[in-house]
Design a protein around this ligand. Structure first.
Ligand code: NDP
Length: 298
């Protein structure tokens, strides 16, 4: 039997993810700014709807919204129209506690919930190679897997509802820590007279390397391009979730707390609408130097 899917939230990530779904399944799309849904329908042959509740016709409903707050609100609005047996798959980088609450409200009307946040950025979403970390029951995971695979490179079942969001928050906290630590190290080296471009080349074939040093610094920082594909506000949100997860289980996490504070400060100082890598500018500002390649003289 052919599955019908719906996708709510055609942002940086959701737009291409829903595009991959539309290539395999009959796909309904809804977006707060309706013109984006209409454009999606033209580009991918999906069905754009104006009324949010029309997404309830699908057997699998996806959300990819900024935070769990928006997801909870959307679920509240669609809930009265849902058919029993519908699976709600939330690809937002959300909050595990919100997800458990959402799952409970869906269970009360005979529906299932999976938290299925993704990693791989806009490029991974466009290529259909995202890493997906899923929380929920084994049975629901098995049902949803062939659908999720439409936009995924790797799909992991990591535990019960909330576990996907927890893994995602910690992953992004590691990204945040790597960005901050690499920026601190490189401004210190620049002040010592070392060319940051050469320092990065060394680090990237040595033990201090990370995704941030291998990809973000060469492509976004050294070039001074900072292309906005994942906002600083969204990464700041992820660091807050990571800290709250650790606090809930009384695990001391001083590094994580400091990183979350620094992202909050960066958001206030340089704004949340810039790319997450622009956090580096905060550290550059304190040091009074930029992480840019030395210009060759003579
Ligand atoms: P965007 O800001 O690009 O898109 C957000 C989407 O949510 C848009 O479709 C927007 O609609 C919609 N939206 C915002 N507020 C509301 C609301 N109140 N009600 C209904 N819809 C709303 O975000 P991203 O696509 O970058 O991120 C989405 C999620 O994925 C986030 O949780 C993020 O942390 C996560 N993520 C992002 C990655 C990235 O590289 N960008 C990578 C991995 C995960 P509208 O078009 O009207 O603004």
């Amino acid at each position: 039997m052919a599955n019908r899917v719906a996708f709510i939230g055609l942002g940086m990530m959701g737009y291409p993810m829903a595009g991959h779904l539309a290539k395999r399944f009959e796909t309904i799309v809804w977006n707060r700014t309706a013109t984006k849904a209409q454009e999606h329908a033209r580009q991918y042959g999906s069905q754009a709807v104006q009324n949010l509740q029309e997404t309830a016709q699908a057997e699998f409903i996806f959300t990819c919204l900024p935070t769990s707050v928006e997801v909870e609100e959307v679920v509240r609005q669609v809930l009265p129209a849902l058919k029993a047996g519908t699976v709600w798959i939330d690809c937002t980088s959300g909050d595990p506690n919100h997800s458990r609450r959402i799952a409970q409200s869906l269970r009360e009307v005979g529906c299932d919930f999976l938290d299925a946040p993704v990693s791989g950025g806009r490029a991974g979403a466009e290529a259909g190679t995202l890493t997906v970390m899923v929380g929920g029951s084994e049975e629901t995971f098995r049902r949803a897997l062939p659908i999720i695979e439409a936009f995924a490179g790797k799909v992991f079942h990591v535990g019960d509802v909330g576990a996907g969001h927890a893994v995602k928050a910690i992953n992004n906290m590691l990204l945040a820590v790597h960005l901050l630590a690499t920026a601190e190290g490189l401004v210190a080296l620049a002040k010592q007279g070392v060319d940051p471009a050469i320092a990065l080349e060394v680090i990237n074939v040595s033990s201090g390397r990370s995704f941030a040093s291998e990809v973000h610094f060469p492509e976004r920082v050294l070039t001074r391009a900072f292309p906005n594909t994942f906002s600083l506000a969204l990464l700041a949100k992820d660091t807050r979730i990571a800290v709250s997860i650790a606090r809930e289980v009384y695990v001391p996490t001083p590094l994580m707390q400091l990183a979350a504070e620094m992202f909050e400060m960066a958001k206030r100082q340089i704004g949340g609408d810039v790319d997450h890598t622009a956090v580096v500018k905060l550290i550059e500002g304190w040091a009074g130097t930029e992480i840019a390649p030395r210009t060759k003289e003579g």
